[in-house]
Design a protein around this ligand. Structure first.
Ligand code: FES
Length: 106
């Protein structure tokens, strides 16, 4: 059975250095990031206080949460700046015909 996936955005619609929150019916909201032309996806809710990470500041491959300025590596989901200490779930990203998809876990 093929893996389930969620359409996140068109690649052309998310500029390098930007992030976007995507709601979907199959699980928690996902944040998609464009890091120098490569797309990454994580859960959007910060593990510290559930703030939307897509509303934070993407600095290279780190997303800084707008609420208390904790940070995560968007490539690995690792919490890299206090007060965040619990890692984020990451999603495999696929590009198909100019669109960016997150592959959901089974
Ligand atoms: S809610 Fe993100 S650092 Fe507190």
């Amino acid at each position: 059975m093929p893996a389930r996936s969620v359409l996140l955005c068109l690649a052309a619609d998310l500029a390098p250095g930007s992030a976007r929150r995507v709601e979907h019916s199959d699980g928690p909201a996902i944040a998609v990031y464009n890091v120098d032309g490569t797309f990454y996806a994580t859960d959007d809710n910060c593990t510290h206080g559930l703030s939307s990470l897509a509303e934070g500041m993407l600095d290279g491959d780190m997303i800084e949460c707008a609420a208390h300025f904790g940070g995560f590596d968007v490539k690995t989901g690792k919490a890299v700046m206090a007060p965040c200490s619990m890692d984020l779930r990451t999603y495999k990203v696929e590009l198909r015909d100019g669109a960016v998809f997150a592959v959901l876990p089974d």
